[in-house]
Ligand binder design. Structure first.
Ligand SMILES: Cc1cc2nc3c(=O)[nH]c(=O)nc-3n(C[C@H](O)[C@H](O)[C@H](O)COP(=O)(O)OP(=O)(O)OC[C@H]3O[C@@H](n4cnc5c(N)ncnc54)[C@H](O)[C@@H]3O)c2cc1C
Length: 647
């Protein structure tokens, strides 16, 4: 599975999580209170190889893939629950280390990168200024050449590791009249004449990460410390920020997991009204939402990592990842405090700290507004920017071929989604058919063999809505044929299959039926969300430069991406023969809600009556939530399955 880890990666990630739990988590509450920089922990991270994880071994790194790196970042906060030191790690290894790795000269890599990788040097990245934040290209710090040296003048604001760092990648303008094209990157050591770091800033969260100003007063930088080419600085800065965007979100996903773990434990221990608060559906729904967010967030992060491992560009995916994960971690942390009630408001609980820490995800490395602008604008011009790179060519081709030719379950879900994109009723019928087809023990045999086979199959969900039922001849439950109509009624939340068999049929694999039904339901919902995006894009092209419209497009696309990835993950798991019920449930809830959300947003852009398809979508977008058990019941079932998993 493309975002999945192999055994070696899993073992490494488990080591990182255990390290964080044993070496970083203890004392985090007290360090957060005092704002202490945890130098011993930092050095241990260097010894474990974390600080240079993604760098080549020849430069002191561990040579890990980007996927492994992202998974390790996630595991660190999942186990360590100290987002501050994680932030310092991002500034050091990603913001400062990545430009050195990708743009540095051989000499610079030997002098600096090797020592960043081990933690011998602590590094930072200086782009933001008091007057230049989101509009970073408007920076005022200047660089002029004098007597064979560069002289830097100006100051930088909000710089992570400024109070403790040994060296910084700093951006200054050679010629402010050139805007972003006049900016050059420099490597500045703390000991350079004219350099100083100003006051340390007292922050709301991430308090174990020291933040401050950098001050340059005729700061002398030798010519060999120009990083990359002259006036290439802004491009370098953007590359670093793009890496930061998704790796910082890997930490956010870990935070969501840590919050969920704490909440699950607390909800079982805390008793009110004579029973654990876990038994209250309102609490279970919050836990299920945390799980949905972390599961989707993990895929957002891993998609970027996977694409980077293929050396493909990822600006849109990184921004999309940040839009989703930053809002999700903020919401999860707020809900975490709510689950703990009054205790959640007290500083000795990790969820209280997580709530303060989480806010930075929506600000640092480019605010959410800037990310929405990037995604909204970009999809207006290039809507389908390689979202399907992770699929095989055969799976992608399934979208435009007859369903029976789908090469596998993933291809079949793509095909159903594509049908739904254009016609809900066609997709409903196909989805019913495919659900039974893929529930037959040997899918390859379906439609083959003697006579007509079993291709003409259909099923019902809990009696709610019965696609193809008019023609149904037989009803099947738990793999058993129910021949009497009296037996056809469904029990609470039970799935009942109606199978119309022409010729010789095969039994349906009842345990597969639940996950597969949810999977195709998710595929249907994903296709409806895609249709909503089509409609929204079409309308938006007539309203150029409307920021609110661009933001809505970004939100639609981000939700749709989450639905696609969760559906794909469920398909892969089921195809591999694993128990895909939880993944199917997650995909179904997320995608069903995405279909409604995306349609509502499309309507708010285009207006209700713009096209016939949009009018239909306003009705059809609710179908995935209406088929099968209600979403509320799905959420509660998800929460109950987590209790078994996580405690
Ligand atoms: C703890 C912390 C650590 C940091 N570490 C570093 C670091 O190591 N290195 C570094 O260089 N920087 C760092 N930063 C700076 C960070 O990247 C900036 O804070 C961020 O980019 C936003 O800039 P700003 O704070 O000036 O906000 P502003 O740009 O002034 O934005 C203020 C508000 O206006 C909105 N806004 C701005 N422009 C637009 C627009 N075009 N459309 C819509 N809305 C807009 C923003 O989204 C925001 O809501 C750090 C910040 C913090 C808080």
């Amino acid at each position: 599975m493309y975002f999945d880890l192999d055994d070696e990666q899993r073992a490494f990630v488990a080591t990182v999580e255990a390290f964080a739990a044993n070496e970083i988590a203890p004392g985090a509450i007290e360090r957060d209170r005092t704002g202490e920089w945890f130098v011993e922990g930092w050095l241990k991270m260097g010894q474990l190889g974390l600080l240079g994880l993604q760098f080549p071994e020849e430069y002191g790194g561990s040579g890990a893939s980007i996927l492994t790196t992202a998974a390790a970042f996630q595991a660190f906060t999942a186990g360590g629950a100290d987002a501050g030191i994680a932030l310092s790690w991002v500034a050091h290894s990603v913001l400062a280390g990545t430009p050195l790795w990708l743009f540095g000269s051989e000499d610079q890599k030997r002098r600096y990168l090797t020592r960043i990788a081990t933690g011998e040097l602590t590094a930072g990245y200086g782009l933001t200024e008091a007057g230049a934040g989101s509009d970073a290209a408007a920076l005022h710090t200047t660089a002029v050449q004098r007597d064979g040296c560069w002289l830097l003048n100006g100051s930088k604001m909000f710089i992570t590791n400024a109070p403790v760092g040994d060296m910084f990648v700093v951006f200054a303008s050679e010629d402010r009249s050139l805007g972003s094209r006049g900016i050059t990157a420099f490597i500045v050591e703390r000991g350079f004449p004219g350099f100083s770091s100003g006051r340390e800033l007292d922050k709301m969260g991430n308090r174990t990460s020291p933040t401050g100003e950098l001050i340059f007063q005729d700061c002398e930088v030798p010519p060999e410390n120009v990083l990359g080419k002259r006036r290439q600085g802004f491009a370098i800065a953007k590359v670093a920020l793009e890496w930061e965007r998704f790796l910082m979100m890997a930490h956010s996903v870990g935070t969501m997991q840590a919050v969920l773990r704490d909440c699950l434990r607390y909800a079982h221990e805390r008793r009110q009204f004579g029973k654990p608060i876990f038994e209250q559906p309102a609490i279970q729904a919050k836990l299920a939402d945390m799980r949905l967010s972390s599961a989707a967030g993990e895929l957002f992060v891993r998609r970027v990592a996977w694409l980077k491992d293929q050396q493909l560009p990822t600006p849109l995916e990184s921004s999309s990842c940040k839009i989703f994960c930053s809002a999700a971690v903020m919401h999860a942390a707020l809900q975490g405090v709510q689950v703990l009630g009054g205790y959640g408001y007290i500083r000795e609980n990790a969820v209280e700290r997580a709530m303060r820490d989480a806010k930075l995800a929506e600000i640092g490395g480019g605010t959410t507004e800037i990310q929405r602008q990037v995604v909204g604008r970009s999809i207006l011009h290039q809507p389908d920017q390689h979202w399907d790179r992770a699929y095989t060519p055969e799976q992608v081709a399934a979208r435009s071929r007859p369903l029976a030719e789908a090469p596998d379950l993933v291809g079949a879900t793509l095909a159903v989604a594509e049908l739904a994109r254009h016609s809900t009723s066609d997709a409903l019928a196909a989805m019913a058919d495919e659900t039974v087809r893929w529930s037959i023990p040997s899918p390859a045999a379906a439609g083959e063999g003697e006579g007509e086979g079993t291709r003409c199959a259909t099923f019902s969900f809990a009696g709610d809505l019965v696609p193809n039922a008019v023609d149904a001849k037989l009803l099947l439950k738990d793999g058993k044929l129910l021949t009497k109509p009296a037996e056809w009624t469904s029990e609470d939340g039970e799935l009942v299959a109606v199978v119309k068999i022409h010729g010789k049929g095969q039994p349906v694999n009842a345990p597969r039926l639940g996950p597969i039904a949810r999977l195709f339901n998710a595929a249907l919902a994903t296709g409806l969300a895609e249709a909503a995006l089509d409609e929204a894009l079409d309308a938006a092209r007539a309203m150029p430069d409307d920021q609110i419209v661009e933001f809505k497009l970004a939100d639609i696309r981000t939700r749709l991406d989450g639905a696609r990835m969760l559906t794909y993950k469920a398909a892969e798991l089921i195809q591999r023969g694993e128990d895909g019920l939880q993944a199917g449930r997650e995909a179904r809830i997320f995608a069903a809600e995405a279909a409604v959300f995306c349609t509502e947003q499309a309507v708010s852009i285009a207006g209700t009556f713009r096209t016939r398809r949009l009018r239909d979508l306003q009705r059809d977008c609710h179908i995935p939530a209406s088929l099968d058990v209600p979403l509320t019941a799905e959420r509660l079932a998800l929460a109950r399955s987590l209790a078994g998993d996580t405690l």
